[in-house]
Design a protein around this ligand. Structure first.
Ligand code: ADP
Length: 560
């Protein structure tokens, strides 16, 4: 076999020959070492694996064919200069790169690239240091491979938990940096991760290294910087304290985008509030979602609700505690009576509100009085603390999540159906009862038309709700998979027609969603394409991410 055909990946990117690929990958192997390169040459390598042992080759929750979005190779750079060298090489071939940090990105495409044959850059394998935890400033500086779990463990191991808390999403195995790049959320008062970032280090598509915000200002008090490579130089002392810096604020363009590869991120940590109490309010009737949301709005706006609380549908909680067949022999979507029976069995409401109080006891007591009084307007609402609930209750899990302790228990709802996989549909809604009811009605109806149960939660931000519909399907049932795909596509259009847009999405529907953000003749996409082509003239960086295609790709042919 000639050297130019030594490796034959299952997928090659457009216009890249096998000989080019071999030359490219040999150079990368020389650069990062063979132990940091996996070339996907056999179907045996395409294994869905599990959350705890994630795959990097494709999306384990495939809603299209398993290998529809497939890497040609997965490469783990050891350091910033490796990434820069790979980026420069990629430019010579217009070779698409797809950076990930941990690559779980569950429900949104996993580590899979939008363009098959892309090189998946596993930024997290080797670049996984917690570079700083600063107690006085209450912040940290992390590399891509730092997970929520690692950051939490670090605080515990260094006896810092009495000083600082982290914020974690529902499951703790994701990357702090990766999740923030996707504008993911958690459930403490610091739940909006993007809001809490300060200072980014980014490799641009031309290989140049950028620090944003106050990070653009060199630190004069550290003479030892002389001789250090830019990536190893200490940051300006205010870089993790003030995120805006001076001039155009560019940080946002690196999120949900394809404009750069982020190598370091500063994040604010929450000072230990000096007291904590989680609680559950059960809401017995489906239609009282309206009243609940209208009760929540003023409380959240004035921060009597201090954290990111959630209103969860009964099936979301039921699924954490058991699979569908543990509750019923039915395979069709469950009806009103079934849901009432499950709620009764679990001693939960048709909706369940999970919140928490933070601060010393007098503060918590005052807030609890306000919260309890407000929710008491809901007929039959009941109030619980964790110790009032069974050992396996969702409140006991949320008790940890809402104080930034990572957990894995909520992976369980994916097993609602056999061979369970999931896809998130996540439209934004005003914190208004009538909008919540309408969004629930539209999404539930379509779920049922697809033969699936509605499983969902409203996650309450400062002035809006991320309504997360968890589309759970049996990935070994081809017909059901098709229906799940139909469902998300239909929901995107239904919701756009009502003025609702999604905050984040799966690879398979990025184009469609970008198509809905089309005010004034698509000015938003046009501006992004202008930036894309200027910043990345060879179109190497994550082509197609969020529906933004570089000029090398005929977007009408690529659109899904
Ligand atoms: P998770 O934290 O769930 O494991 P990933 O590491 O898969 O998440 O990251 C989610 C998405 O965020 C990726 O698909 C990619 O679009 C973006 N992303 C992650 N890490 C980086 C990075 N270092 N630079 C640029 N984009 C990134």
């Amino acid at each position: 076999m000639s050297d130019s055909h030594k490796f034959t990946p299952l997928a090659l990117p457009p216009k890249v020959t096998l000989a080019d690929f071999n030359k490219f990958i040999e150079e990368i192997i020389t650069l990062v070492g063979v132990e940091n390169v996996d070339i996907i040459t056999s179907k045996d390598q395409i294994d869905d694996k599990s959350y705890m042992d994630p795959t990097y080759t494709h999306d384990p929750h495939h809603v299209m064919e398993q290998d529809y979005f497939l890497a040609s190779a997965v490469v783990a750079p050891r350091k910033v200069s490796d990434v820069q060298a790979i980026v420069r090489l990629a430019n010579t071939l217009s070779f698409p790169l797809w950076p990930i940090s941990i690559g779980r990105n569950s429900g949104y495409g996993g580590a899979a690239p939008r363009v098959s044959g892309s090189l998946v850059l596993n930024m997290g394998k080797n670049m996984n240091k917690i570079l700083e935890v600063n107690v006085e400033g209450a912040y940290c500086l992390v590399e891509p491979g730092v997970t929520f779990q690692m950051l939490y463990d670090y605080l515990v191991a260094n006896n810092l938990q009495d000083k600082l808390w982290i914020d974690t999403p529902d499951i703790g195995g994701g990357s702090v940096l990766g999740n923030t790049m996707e504008r993911g959320v958690g459930y403490t008062p610091y739940g909006d991760h993007w809001m809490m970032h300060s200072g980014m280090e980014v490799i641009l598509p031309n290989g140049e290294l950028l620090r944003t915000g106050m990070g653009a200002l060199p630190d004069p008090s550290r003479p030892e910087t002389a001789g250090l490579k830019p990536e190893d130089q200490p940051w300006n002392k205010t870089a993790q304290l003030f995120n805006y810096g001076f001039g155009p604020y560019v940080d946002g363009i690196f999120t949900q985008s394809n404009f750069g590869i982020v190598t370091k991120l500063g994040m604010w940590l929450m000072p230990n509030p000096g007291g904590y109490q989680s609680y559950l309010v059960t809401i017995p009737r489906e239609e009282d979602l309206k009243l609940a949301v209208d009760i929540i709005r003023p409380l959240r706006l004035n921060m009597a609700l201090q954290n990111v609380p959630t209103i969860r549908h009964i099936l979301m909680d039921a699924a954490v505690m058991g699979s569908k067949k543990e509750y019923t022999s039915k395979t069709e979507p469950l009806g009103e009576e079934d849901l009432d029976a499950i709620a009764k069995k679990l001693k939960l409401g048709r909706w369940n509100f999970y919140g928490a109080l933070y601060g010393p006891e007098p503060i918590r007591n005052a807030l609890w009085t306000a919260v309890k009084e407000a929710f008491s307007a809901i007929p039959g609402a009941q109030f619980f603390f964790p110790e009032d609930t069974p050992e396996n209750s969702v409140l006991r899990i949320r008790h940890k999540t809402m104080q930034g302790i990572p957990t894995y228990d909520e992976l369980k709802w994916i097993d609602w159906l056999p061979n369970g996989a999931h896809l998130f549909f996540s439209p934004i809604a005003p914190v208004q009862g009538k909008d919540a009811m309408e969004q629930y009605a539209v999404t539930k109806k379509r779920c049922h038309e697809a033969g699936l149960d509605f499983i969902g939660t409203f996650t309450i931000g400062m002035r809006e709700m991320h309504h997360i519909v968890c589309i759970v399907f049996n990935k070994k049932d081809a017909a059901q998979k098709k229906k799940a795909h139909w469902l998300i596509k239909t929901l995107i259009d239904d919701c756009a027609a009502k003025g609702w847009g999604e905050y984040r999405t799966h690879l398979a529907v990025m184009d469609q969603i970008m198509g809905t953000y089309n005010w004034n003749d698509g000015a938003f996409l046009k501006f992004n394409e202008l930036l894309k082509n200027a910043i990345d003239p060879n179109g190497i960086m994550a082509p197609g991410k969020s529906g933004v295609w570089p000029r090398q790709y005929q977007k009408n042919q690529w659109k899904l």
